[in-house]
Design a binder for this molecule. Structure first.
Ligand code: GRF
Length: 203
């Protein structure tokens, strides 16, 4: 089986990373995570990578004067591992134009809302405060905006009367863990085509 080489960028606990690694290990997704990079040395995601025998790299923003040189350092690590697809998974920095040019149409992200609603930070809190009855998550191709790129897959969950940010986030997260590996599978199988804002999925 030809497997797509994936690099994951993560800043936090890494539960989406874990779900991607599991899906690849179980053969549900024809891909292999070859490197995990974080801007945070204590990120749980780096620990998960090491536990799974995957190279874990911290690229510290403090060692780089600006985003351009920081992104160039990321690109170098990803290229040196032969990465074909970059998956952002709870990566809390914006990626710049030079990064996107290095991986055109090859950077995915996941966001805990039904985009274009509630982009940016604290999406679940914003959804609750807005009073929506349905929330969810979206996997999309990254472009230069914040959570604005073409959407690949979305999943919806109900908002319950007694929900807190935590209970709603947990319900959404369970769907994130399902749709992110699924989106990577579709990409790896060469079934995604972007037409303007629409992502066409071929059979
Ligand atoms: C997820 O909710 C994801 O949608 C958002 O950040 C969170 C990351 O969680 N972008 P984890 O680190 O994958 O557990």
């Amino acid at each position: 089986m030809v497997r797509l080489t994936v690099g994951v960028l993560a800043s936090g606990r890494g539960s989406n990373l874990r779900s991607i690694i599991r899906a690849t290990a179980e053969g549900r997704v024809p891909a292999r995570v070859v490197v995990v990079i974080s801007n945070v040395s204590t990120a749980g995601a780096l620990e998960i990578a090491r536990e799974n025998g995957i190279e874990a790299v911290c690229v510290d923003p403090k060692n780089h004067p600006d985003r351009r040189t920081y992104d160039a350092a990321l690109v170098e690590v990803l290229r040196s591992h032969g990465v074909e697809l970059v998956a952002l998974a709870g990566y809390m920095r914006l990626v710049g134009p030079a990064f996107l040019e290095a991986f055109p149409g090859r950077v995915l992200n996941i966001h805990p809302s039904l985009l274009p609603a509630f982009p940016g930070l604290n999406a679940q809190k914003k959804a609750l405060e807005h009073g929506v009855k349905v929330a969810g998550c979206s996997v999309f191709f990254v472009d230069e905006g914040t959570d604005t790129g073409p959407i690949i897959i979305q999943a919806a969950v109900p908002v319950h009367e007694d929900d807190t940010v935590e209970t709603l986030s947990d319900r959404i997260l369970a769907e994130e863990h399902r749709i992110y590996p699924e989106a990577i599978r579709l990409f790896a199988e060469g079934r995604l085509r972007v037409e303007g804002r629409r992502v066409r999925v071929s059979r």
